[in-house]
Design a protein around this ligand. Structure first.
Ligand code: MG
Length: 202
């Protein structure tokens, strides 16, 4: 199972990071060992002093494909969930400054929290609403219609370079409002009105 992640797929998040909006999808990957199953606590790793949450819509690939066209892309989408792309922002800053890859900041154990899976008609993927509550307060609010690259565009782009296999996950990018987590925090992700992701921070 591969975990693809999309960087800067919402203009408001690129802006808050003082980063340019990309003209082609920005891709990085996490290993399968990065997955934090539904409901499990997230333990802040000892190698970072500034771990941030990034709530993202996650799609699961339902069947294998290579060089999938945009028009066929939604045939390859199965269930949908929310995930958190936990990011060691201090390490990511160093990676950016040094021109190094991001894995050390993005792909560590349990850095990819995943919620419960939902069936959503694929034609609705471009018009979903999701939000993250931190200790009961809304800190992120996303509308998938604001994605810079749509799910079909991402699948076409990715599958031209990487064979997509059943079960692969795509974290489709985070909207604005990212911030640090602290021990004791409660993170709750809602897809529409459905509580979909819950992680306690320890
Ligand atoms: Mg992200």
């Amino acid at each position: 199972m591969k975990i693809f992640c999309i960087g800067r797929n919402y203009a408001d998040h690129a802006k808050e990071m003082n980063s340019p909006v990309p003209t082609t999808p920005m891709i990085f990957m996490k290993p399968s060992t990065a997955l934090l199953p539904y409901g499990k606590p997230f333990f802040i790793p000892d190698f970072s002093d500034d771990v941030h949450y990034e709530l993202e819509l996650v799609v699961r690939i339902s069947k294998q494909g290579k060089s999938i066209s945009e028009s066929n892309a939604l045939d390859h989408v199965g269930d949908v969930s929310l995930g958190i792309d936990f990011t060691a922002r201090d390490l990511q800053r160093q990676c950016k400054e040094n021109g190094h890859p991001w894995e050390i900041a993005k792909s560590f154990d349990y850095s990819a929290a995943i919620g419960e899976w939902h069936y959503i008609p694929v034609e609705d993927l471009g018009d979903l609403e999701f939000r993250l509550e931190l200790n009961g307060e809304v800190v992120q609010h996303g509308l998938t219609k604001h994605m810079i690259f749509t799910v079909p565009q991402l699948i076409a782009y990715l599958s031209h370079r990487f064979t997509l296999q059943k079960g692969d996950l795509i974290y489709t990018g985070t909207p604005a409002g990212v911030g640090p987590v602290q021990s004791g925090d409660l993170l709750e992700g809602y897809l529409g009105d459905k509580l979909t992701l819950v992680n306690k921070v320890k």
